[in-house]
Design a protein around this ligand. Sequence first.
Ligand SMILES: [Zn+2]
Ligand SMILES: [Zn+2]
Length: 139
Amino acid sequence: MDSLEKRLKDRGVKPTAVRLLILKKMLSGKEAFCLRSLEDALDTVDKSTLSRTITLFHEKLLIHSIDDGSGTMKFSVCSSDCMCSLGDLHVHFNCRKCEQTFCLESISIPSVQLPKGFLLENVNFVLKGLCDSCSKFAT
Ligand SMILES: [Zn+2]
Ligand SMILES: [Zn+2]
């Protein structure tokens, strides 16, 4: 497991205290964060700093964004070797009960055979249902 500092440096991001704090928070759970939930979790961090940092992390491919259909963009930390290319994309899972979104990194997106002339640029593959915690209490 790489140190947080190394993960930032590897992506060309200068490891400042606040960036380390934000990255650490994002790695603390297995769920993806929206800007709002990060603001709540890191209330000592200035909101504009937080949003600038997320933009920077995103540009540097340190995190990827997830449109889970909730209307709020969520973000999750990429694995160290992820280049956010089509081949690196994985399936996401949105739980209807706890409303968290999870990266299912072990499941890659099935390749699709597009009709002639169609050019694939991005894929958004979100499964919906109950996560492993919520399914225990499902009736
Ligand atoms: Zn759940
Ligand atoms: Zn993901």
